[in-house]
Design a protein around this ligand. Sequence first.
Ligand SMILES: [Zn+2]
Length: 160
Amino acid sequence: MPQSGWGLLASDDLGDLSGNCELCGTELRYIFAIEHPTWGAMAVGTDCCDRLTMTTEASEYHDRYIKLVDMRKRFVGSSKWKQTPSGFFTIKRAGIAAFIFPNGDKFRVGFDGVEGKVDYDTLLDAKLRIFEFIESGEAATYLANRKKKLAERLRRKLGF
Ligand SMILES: [Zn+2]
């Protein structure tokens, strides 16, 4: 087997120790797919991936991933969530005021007073979606675009 020339293809979280490193046999939860142009693909653990790719890609990715999972857990269970008398759940993160409200037996999310269009089955799903929206920057981009559109519309209406 070649000891160099490997490249990282993808990574996956199996959720538990249900995988094995195809190189050293270690039980794995976090698995990395690597590929060599003459050897083919292989699924390995973080250490073997770093060694064969001669990079720290896998361990850096792993650290970032673990941090994100931890942040997500803390966000969902945060004591900063407030419930209003009308049943809204609100929280402020990264300067954005996010909210969740019951819609029938489902939950809908919104940011800075703008209501979303998708319903989530559980309060947890709604909270996870808010985390994703804010962390990925999607929420900020959406709100900035919306503000720009509203300003343009107003400008057109006022004629300048
Ligand atoms: Zn290994």
